[in-house]
Design a protein around this ligand. Structure first.
Ligand SMILES: Cc1cc2nc3c(=O)[nH]c(=O)nc-3n(C[C@H](O)[C@H](O)[C@H](O)COP(=O)(O)OP(=O)(O)OC[C@H]3O[C@@H](n4cnc5c(N)ncnc54)[C@H](O)[C@@H]3O)c2cc1C
Length: 475
């Protein structure tokens, strides 16, 4: 009987557990235990139903293009609960000098693919518009090494594009800054497009043409979610795991290679396993490996684990705060159409983004309710961390009043704080991952999963959990 420990009950660890459970049901002789430090599994996936509104504390959806999340939903019986974003209503605004300016049609992520709407848009200055046109003639270029997203985008479109679009878009996903994030890790497609086409605009157009002629079908919705919220996925996975395999309230203090397997220290629930999957943030995995090495008598034996811990600890994380607020019918009628707005750093606000949730997905708010979800991330979240919930709500309300003219008292407001939950893929991240993989291979039976490695979104985390499960079974 193979015994596996999974440490961390976020979506990565749960996906790993479900993958092992599937194998067990198919006859594999194995047993597993999932250790979760908090009282509830799910990590940052949490949904609350408040006053007719479905409030997502963490992720509200996942991108449809990456199939692993929807596949898992189907596998746990939630196929009929999958819903797509209301893309017909899709419109996102950028705050420019205190005014909301809609992102023009044809701008794919931050690459203009339709010249006319971009030229006519007040989002960019003439200088940037001229650069966009010239960009179409850039020649292929092989970059020497990794660089920041800001550096690549600035080379193609100038600094204004970084400030008004690249940085706010990436801040909304990573909570980090375009000047710090690695282009190879975060936007590998852009690095590739530059190498093959030179111009990002031309490359994007070519890709779009290929895609529409290949499928001939209308594009699927950009985002997918679950009718009753993202936490449904957590509930559905747990309902398919043997209850005794789930240990909540059980923080793991240390893991160390031991007698051809792994010793997991978790107080009275410590155990010996053939393999261990660390599905926690990389700094937590580093801490467990370090503590484990401290308990090893031979320095030589501890070396790969200690070096691995150092590499894992080098991956930075940022914190974020989400604020869910419900309003009455009059606010729903007064808000602009669309999914919400992004705030460039240069606007000097603390909010990074706000989503008009009632427009983004059906059924998220009763017809007589409006729901807003505001996001504070990265350095700005650290600065506001010590404020009370009331102070944060007050600050967000004051900014919403400035941006939207919204003066109404919310019917409810909830603040959710996520400390060091979003990994930041800094320049050189992929090289670090190679070193991590090299060290991991010297530690048989160890697998790593989570948002610290090859994708921060829910689908990539699920993929990482499944791959980790496959690795330990194959080992
Ligand atoms: C506010 C926010 C909004 C987001 N929005 C989106 C979105 O809309 N779409 C999208 O695709 N992605 C989104 N993401 C990203 C995505 O949700 C996360 O990257 C993903 O859910 C992380 O899952 P995880 O299991 O790797 O980590 P986590 O969810 O952080 O789970 C790790 C778990 O490990 C546990 N743990 C830690 N230390 C120990 C220990 N010593 N012993 C035992 N257990 C331990 C923790 O308690 C936690 O439950 C968002 C993230 C945040 C924070």
């Amino acid at each position: 009987m193979k015994r596996v420990a999974i440490v961390g009950g976020g979506v990565s660890g749960l996906a790993a557990a479900f993958a092992l459970e599937e194998r067990r049901r198919n006859g594999a002789v194995l047993e597993y235990v999932l250790y979760e430090s908090s009282p509830h599994p799910g990590g940052v996936l949490r949904t609350e139903l408040i006053d007719g509104c479905l409030v997502e504390a963490g992720p509200d959806s996942f991108i449809t293009e990456k199939p692993w999340a929807a596949d898992l939903c189907r596998a746990v019986g939630l196929g009929n609960q999958l819903i797509g974003s209301n893309d017909a209503e899709r419109k996102t605004y950028i705050l420019v000098r205190g005014r909301l300016v809609v992102i023009p049609d044809g701008l794919m992520f931050m690459v203009p693919t339709k010249i006319l709407p971009t030229i006519l848009s007040p989002l960019f200055s003439w200088k940037t518009k001229v650069r966009m046109t010239c960009e179409l003639f850039q020649r292929p270029r092989v970059a020497e090494g990794d660089e920041s997203v800001a550096s690549l985008i600035e080379r193609h479109y100038g600094a204004e594009m970084v400030d008004r679009l690249a940085d706010p878009l990436l801040s909304g996903i990573y909570g980090g800054e375009a000047t710090a994030l690695s282009v190879r890790a975060v936007l590998p497609r852009f690095a590739e497009m530059e190498r093959t086409h030179g111009s990002l605009g031309r490359a994007m157009l070519a890709a779009r043409k290929k895609m529409s002629s290949a499928t001939g079908r209308p594009a699927p919705p950009i985002f997918t979610s679950l009718k009753n919220g993202m936490q449904e996925l957590v509930r559905a996975i747990i309902s398919r795991l043997p209850p005794l395999s789930l240990l909540t309230h059980t923080p793991v203090r240390a893991v160390r290679p031991d007698a051809g397997g792994w010793a997991v220290s978790a107080g009275p629930r410590s155990g010996h396993f053939d393999a261990v999957i660390l599905a926690v943030p990389t700094y937590a995995a580093a801490e467990m490996l370090r503590s484990g090495s401290a308990g090893t008598s031979s320095e030589l034996e501890a070396a790969p684990a200690t070096q691995l811990a150092t590499e894992l600890a080098g991956i930075q994380y940022s914190s974020s705060i989400t604020i869910g607020m419900g309003y009455g019918r009059e606010v729903r009628q007064s808000l602009p159409p669309g999914f919400g707005f992004l705030v460039p750093r240069s606007e000097g606000k603390r909010m990074l983004a706000a989503t008009f949730v009632h427009n983004k997905f059906p059924n998220r708010a009763a017809p007589d309710r409006a729901m807003l979800r505001c996001f504070i991330g990265g350095v700005r979240a650290e600065a506001e961390w010590t404020l009370s919930d009331d102070q944060i709500v007050g600050m967000v309300r004051s900014e919403l009043q400035q941006v939207l003219g919204l003066r109404s008292e919310p019917l409810f407001a909830r603040v959710y704080r996520w400390k060091a939950a979003m990994a930041q893929y800094g320049v050189g991240h992929l090289e670090r991952l190679e070193r991590i993989e090299h060290l991991r291979q010297q530690l048989p039976g160890l697998a790593l999963a989570g948002n610290g490695y090859r994708g921060i979104g829910v689908p990539d985390c699920i993929r990482s959990g499944r791959e980790a499960a496959a690795q330990v079974v194959a080992n």
